[in-house]
Design a binder for this molecule. Structure first.
Ligand code: MIC
Ligand code: SF4
Length: 754
């Protein structure tokens, strides 16, 4: 599991000179983000005159991390790249495929037998290509990375949208699709549009019930799910320095919910304490020696408006705990206004289940703060009203909090400890409910709360808050209760109030673990055989996609015009479908089944233009494919928000959709489409969305002179002979146009290997 100290030394030896060169070239003091980005430019791209939000730049990340649900596709692609070993340190983490049903031990055993084929595949590919393998039960990717691999000033990519969690330790950590990971593991540069910079200045100090989670819940309310698109969010100010490293991790983690490329905090005494506390004193020593480069320049922080594209000020002394939701993570309510919002909107006041943990909030500090509330249920004789689950983020944290008695505290008030895995957060939750048609409320300390996300039930109203607020609500069982001000009636009939939560940042006795769950790869993997059963329903080797035909694309049908929010959960649902993440044809049967059809307000019911009948989206598309007819998908704003899963791009590609035309895209999804050779287009005039009618057919014109910065045209043939020609924009650069022409980026890598 050893982190790569030599690699870190190399990064730090470049840091000073790269920062100096950048200061000289730009003639300006630098933000922390710029320092790290400039340190990771590839040798060929060392100019510093990039226009933010415009120029594509090549970077050389230090690490790659992959979780099991996305690693399968990433590694199936990597296997085709023809490399004997990965070019940068990489790890695989088995966390997403474990279903939460009974409790940690039983659920883990079930997962190991149900997913054996996939775990064996991931373990053998890792062994062969020099990738570190974290077994099921070891923990959730982002927590394990923070504990073991994140380091200040580093740059990492990960096949999961919450990779930015490592920003809590001062690393630029960015979520990507598997095809991007495949490139970096193959030693190719990784391209990113030079980000815009949003500065968040934190002043004051939190107290009482307010925690790091409330900072990001508040920021989400300010910036909304789109506000961070194309930007890196840099936090600074004396308030930032008072936050624990794991608290900073929570903020960066959930920064994915505002669409930010990533978020980051500078190196400070809290980062140092965390590194030392997780047995990485040598990294702390190295970081101390280059400390001045691991934070933004003082001029920048003194005068942020001159250096950031946008600046947000938050006074932590005044920040209230927040509850966000339902159905979207940016609907932010300060706790003092929440009860009223629940009543006014008619959301179910009874709380049925509270869930804490996940990659966002499962640090030692989180658990101790939540436990300090949980223990009051017992000491104050309050009967816990709702169900309660706890998902530790890693075996290291789980083992330590068990040793220190906190798991017992939860169990004594009715909590159920689940496996160290994603579980309910990703819909891997066999929730027991007497009536799924009833509107109901749950509250979690996770980060996403899109409809159906946790339990697949559209009637579930999911809210998001800090673990301690969730715990208090669980005990009260009522969303109109304000834990800060209200009392509860206990079993003796007395009125009791909660004392404020108390947490411990790092375990006084240090972390401990018996088996962290790590498996090192073979030194020489050339003899390791990777087997994929051709009859498997879970794994399928990839066939190359076909190249562009060299002409404009004509006569496309409208597969679906998606209405409103269309996240990757709508495009390629998780939960029960996670088991097909390594089998492109099987998982394609979930394509867009959650998207709402604009013309009938129904999910998974679209008109098949060949038969005139309404049917499921995947079946309709398979029919078009069988007839050699292409189609397009039309969508609204921030299409593809949420996850990094590239299945949301590969499924339409596999089934013959030719273009996705939307008002705007979420970053990772747009790149995923490009990587797979799809056309991702946006309406030049968003109101043209209204011109798209159900029976239209489409021609995409201008492809033979497809050029960066030059819009394309779409001719819409309406039924009855009328026609509209609209302009559509794209963000393809020269390289990405080559991917389109070749039928996908992997076809180019493959060609280079031959
Ligand atoms: C998520 O939180 O949505 C996931 C599940 O972790 C995804 C990755 C996936 O779909 O496998 C993400 O955030 O990227
Ligand atoms: Fe897992 Fe949920 Fe974190 Fe995604 S957000 S990595 S599903 S715990």
């Amino acid at each position: 599991m050893a982190f790569d100290l030599d690699m870190i030394k190399q990064v730090y030896s470049r840091l000073g000179s790269r920062v100096e060169a950048a200061r000289k070239a730009t003639g300006k003091p630098l933000t922390l983000t710029e320092k790290i980005l400039y340190t990771h430019l590839t040798e060929g791209s060392t100019t510093h005159t990039y226009t933010r939000g415009v120029d594509y730049v090549d970077f050389a990340p230090d690490r790659v991390a992959m979780q099991d649900a996305t690693a399968q596709m990433a590694l199936l692609q990597f296997m085709q790249a023809g490399r004997p070993k990965v070019a940068v340190p990489s790890t695989v983490h088995c966390d997403h495929l474990i279903q939460a049903k009974i409790g940690a031990d039983a659920d883990l055993d079930t997962a190991k037998s149900q997913n054996k084929e996939v775990y064996d595949f991931l373990a053998s590919v890792s062994d062969k290509y020099g990738i570190g393998f974290w077994k099921p039960g070891a923990g959730i990717i982002h927590q394990v990375v923070l504990e073991n691999y994140a380091f200040p000033g580093g740059m990492m990519i990960g096949t999961d949208s919450h990779t930015p969690n490592a920003g809590g330790l001062g690393m630029i950590a960015i979520g990507v699709g598997g095809a991007d990971a495949c490139d970096v593991m193959a030693g190719l540069p990784w391209e990113l549009k030079f980000p815009k910079l949003i500065g968040v200045k934190l002043t004051g100090k939190m107290s009482g019930w307010t925690s790091a989670k409330d900072i990001i819940l508040k920021v989400a309310g300010i910036l909304t799910v789109k506000g961070g698109t194309g930007a890196i969010v840099e936090y600074f100010g004396d308030g930032a320095q008072s936050l624990s490293a794991t608290g900073k991790g929570t903020i960066c983690n959930m920064g994915a919910e505002i669409g930010a490329t990533t978020s980051i905090f500078g190196y400070d005494t809290k980062s140092e304490a965390y590194l030392r506390g997780t047995e990485r004193a040598d990294i702390a020593d190295l970081a101390n020696a280059v400390k001045e480069h691991l934070t933004g320049d003082p001029e920048v922080y003194a005068n942020p408006e001159s250096y950031f594209d946008q600046v947000i000020h938050i006074n932590l002394s005044e920040l209230e705990p927040h509850v966000n939701g339902p159905f979207t993570p940016d609907l932010a309510w300060p706790i003092s206004k929440f009860a009223q919002a629940v009543k006014e909107n008619g959301w179910p006041t009874k709380l049925e289940v509270g869930l804490i943990g996940s990659c966002t909030n499962s640090s030692y500090e989180d658990i101790t703060r939540a436990a300090s509330i949980a223990s009051q249920a017992v000491s104050k004789n309050i009967k816990t009203a709702a169900e309660f689950t706890i998902t530790p983020g890693s075996e290291l944290v789980r083992y330590t909090v068990e040793r220190d008695g906190y798991l017992k505290t939860f169990e004594s008030m009715g909590g159920v400890v689940l496996a160290n895995a994603c579980g309910p957060c990703i819909g891997q939750w066999a929730r027991h409910t007497d009536d799924p048609t009833r509107k109901n409320s749950i509250i979690t300390s996770f980060n996403r709360n899109f409809a159906k996300r946790q339990d697949g039930n559209p009637n579930t109203h999911a809210f998001v808050a800090s673990p301690e607020i969730v715990t208090a609500f669980v005990i009260a069982g009522d969303l109109t209760f304000n834990p800060l001000t209200d009392s509860l009636t206990n079993e003796k009939g007395e009125q009791v109030k909660f004392d404020e939560p108390m947490g411990i940042e790092l375990p006084v006795k240090g972390f401990a673990v018996e088996d962290a769950g790590y498996q090192a790869p073979a030194l020489d993997g050339s003899k390791v055989e990777v087997k994929v059963d051709p009859k498997s329903s879970r794994l399928q080797l990839l066939d190359p996609f076909s190249a562009w035909e060299g002409t404009d694309i004509k006569g496309l049908k409208l597969l679906i015009k998606a209405k409103g929010k269309c996240t990757t959960d709508h495009i390629s649902m998780a939960g029960p479908w996670l088991k097909f993440r390594g089998h492109l044809d099987n998982i394609s049967n979930n394509m867009l089944i959650g998207a709402i059809n604009y013309f009938n307000d129904k999910a998974d019911t679209v008109k098949n233009e060949l038969t005139g009948e309404y049917g499921p989206v995947p079946a309709t598309q398979r029919d078009y494919k069988a007839h050699g007819i292409g189609s397009i998908v039309v969508g609204d704003e921030n299409y593809g928000e949420g996850s990094s899963r590239e299945h949301a791009a590969m499924e339409p590609r596999h089934l013959g959709v030719r273009a996705i035309l939307v008002k705007s895209f979420a970053r990772i999804h747009e790149t995923n489409l490009k990587k797979q050779g799809m056309l991702g287009l946006t309406f030049a005039n968003p109101a043209d969305y209204d011109k798209i009618l159900e029976d239209d057919t489409f021609d995409i014109v201008g492809l033979t002179s497809f050029t960066p910065g030059k819009p394309l045209q779409v001719v819409i043939h309406h039924k009855g002979g009328l026609e509209d020609t609209i302009t559509v924009n794209h963000t393809y650069n020269a390289q990405q146009i080559e991917w389109f022409k070749a039928g996908g980026a992997l076809n180019i890598i493959r060609r280079q290997q031959q």
